[in-house]
Design a protein around this ligand. Structure first.
Ligand code: AMP
Length: 542
């Protein structure tokens, strides 16, 4: 017997229409490429989103067309998210940190019809213009006064909007309609596209709002440092309007001092981003000797948050939620808020033991770990295996890429994350490594993340990475690559002493090398692939 309830299609534009009606005073504040700060409300945004949809329609954009963006976090980018998917087209966000070759590949692969770019990125497009389709329209996200000089035929965003009415007849779309497209920043091979639907996006937003709780509630002032150009800024453009939180968009200045100033002025309560960004902010907090006014929580993910970073924030009264996810999961799969019973009674050390793990799954996402034969392993905190996921916000395949789809999905329809993990009886996920980054020494595995996590706690270490180098007897051995924090060079014996409290002697790195900087991927993670190449001929000490 079926239930007798209405079936209203889940719809992205419905989130903004709701916010415009119910959360009228929450703000969107943006640091603009023009150099000033812009602010308006959800009703203002909804009106301009209608104007933009009318403009796109006049341009000939139809349902299913891909509309690309190459832009920082700001209100015009937010408007594109809603106008494009609201009219039934697909908002394809492009990561400006991709190589020119990858960018050309994804624009061609996605068959983008128009690309909206911040003034900052006009030179990026100019450099690859002759490799792009000749009919690709280019619109610069600024007003007439700030249009850049260029040989390219450029449209102006504000000129497009100006003559348009705010009313748009939003179509009622089937909820499985494609809404947004984001390519993984694969460091090997070509990037692969995750094609989100209205349904997956709305369900992801519900999961995150429920999971993250108070950090994302009415009245919160949320700073997405995590970019709109990659993985939908962890869903914040959808979750914030849903709950009535304000969004503070930082534009392109993401250094510690700029973030501190913005957060202080705008009374940001919750800031979301990758660990590298929070290292910069923590440095500025130390310089200033205080937290930005109103700052009470940070959501960190994208790569493992070092224990020392979590400890620093927690001790200064800022709660840390350590999340895990990936492009293919919309992206959030787990969140690290502690259960109330634990938070109330645990000591700081006990809390940190849990917070440095990757959190527990959000409702709507299932996790399993499997051995090399695909056999599910117990969630007992001991067994380690490759992590597979299933849920309404997980891709069922890559966009127009059957080969990559076949590689990623198992026979039961679960998606293989490529992460190696264990899961505790209480449901805490512990990511050990990317499958390719694990180090196999004498047939035994060494987790690079475990070692890095401990070493990051040393005051003379600014950042570090552990990689495998070839070894004649053991196949591979770990070495530690350190970016020093100042002049002091931490010694091997000091590092060994720290590590031996946590790992076995045979897991200690064989050597330490110092470098000025670690190579980063387009999403700001350490590129182990590049680092391994740099150290491919490395001679281990006798
Ligand atoms: P992306 O698709 O660019 O978001 O990258 C997803 C990958 O980042 C995951 O498969 C993990 O390897 C890594 N990752 C994300 N969050 C975390 C975390 N909290 N700890 C460790 N690794 C993470």
């Amino acid at each position: 017997m079926l239930g007798q309830m209405m079936h209203r299609p889940l719809s992205i534009i419905e989130i903004l229409r709701f916010a415009a009606e119910i959360h009228k005073t929450a703000e969107i504040v943006s640091v603009r490429t023009e150099g000033d700060v812009h602010r308006y409300t959800y009703p203002d945004a909804y009106a301009r989103v209608g104007q933009l949809a009318n403009a796109l329609q006049d341009m000939g954009i139809e349902q299913g067309d891909r509309v690309a963006t190459l832009a920082w976090n700001g209100y015009r980018h937010f408007e594109l998210y809603y106008a494009v998917s609201g009219m039934g087209a697909v908002c394809h966000t492009i990561n400006p940190r991709l190589s020119a070759e990858q960018m050309v590949y994804i624009i061609q692969h996605a068959e983008d019809r128009v690309i909206f770019v911040d003034t900052t990125f006009v030179p990026v497009i100019a450099a690859i213009r002759d490799q792009l389709p000749s009919d690709l329209k280019i619109i610069v996200m600024t007003d007439e006064d700030h249009m850049p000089e260029s040989d390219l035929p450029l449209g102006c965003y504000e000129d497009l909007l100006a003559p348009q009415a705010a009313n748009f007849d939003w179509p009622e779309l089937p909820e499985d309609t494609a809404a947004a497209l984001c390519y993984t920043s694969g460091t090997t091979g070509n990037p692969k596209g995750a094609l989100y639907s209205h349904r997956s996006t709305v369900l992801h937003a519900y999961s995150v709002v429920v999971g993250v709780g108070a950090m994302l509630s009415e009245g919160a002032r949320v700073l997405p440092v995590v970019p709109l150009f990659h993985v939908n800024a962890w869903g914040l453009p959808y979750t914030a309007p849903m709950v009535g939180a304000s969004l503070i968009f930082p534009g392109g200045a993401l250094d510690g001092a700029s973030l501190f100033k913005l957060m202080d002025a705008e009374k940001v309560s919750s800031a979301w981003g990758v660990p590298t960004v929070w290292q910069g902010l923590a440095g500025e907090i130390a310089n200033q000797g205080r937290n930005p006014d109103g700052f009470n929580s940070v959501v960190v993910g994208g790569s493992a948050a070092p224990r020392s970073m979590i400890e620093g924030f927690e001790k200064s009264g800022v709660s840390v939620c350590h999340a895990w996810g990936m492009t293919e999961m919309s992206p959030i799969g787990t969140q690290g808020n502690l259960p109330v019973s634990v938070a109330a009674s645990a000591t700081l050390e006990e809390r940190l033991d849990l917070q440095q793990l990757q959190g527990r799954r959000v409702h709507g996402v299932e996790l399993k770990i499997v051995d090399e034969d695909g056999v599910p392993q117990p969630h007992d905190g001991e067994a380690v295996g490759e992590l597979y996921v299933r849920g309404n916000n997980v891709i069922s395949g890559y966009f127009n890429n059957e080969e990559a789809t076949a590689d990623a999905m198992d026979a039961d329809g679960w998606f293989g994350t490529g992460d190696i993990a264990s899961i505790s009886t209480d449901g805490y996920l512990m990511i050990q490594d990317r499958a390719k980054d694990l180090i196999k020494s004498g047939g035994e595995w060494i987790s690079s993340i475990d070692l890095e996590n401990v070493v990051m706690g040393h005051p003379d270490v600014a950042s570090c990475a552990v990689i495998a180098v070839p070894h004649p007897k053991w196949d591979e051995r770990p070495i530690l690559v350190v970016v020093p924090n100042g002049e002091a060079r931490v010694s091997k014996s000091e590092i060994d002493e720290m590590l031996l409290k946590h790992v076995a002697k045979w897991q200690l790195p064989d050597a330490i090398e110092f470098v000025d900087a670690l190579p980063l991927t387009a999403t700001g993670k350490v590129s182990k692939l590049t680092l391994r190449r740099q150290f491919a001929d490395y001679q281990l000490p006798e």
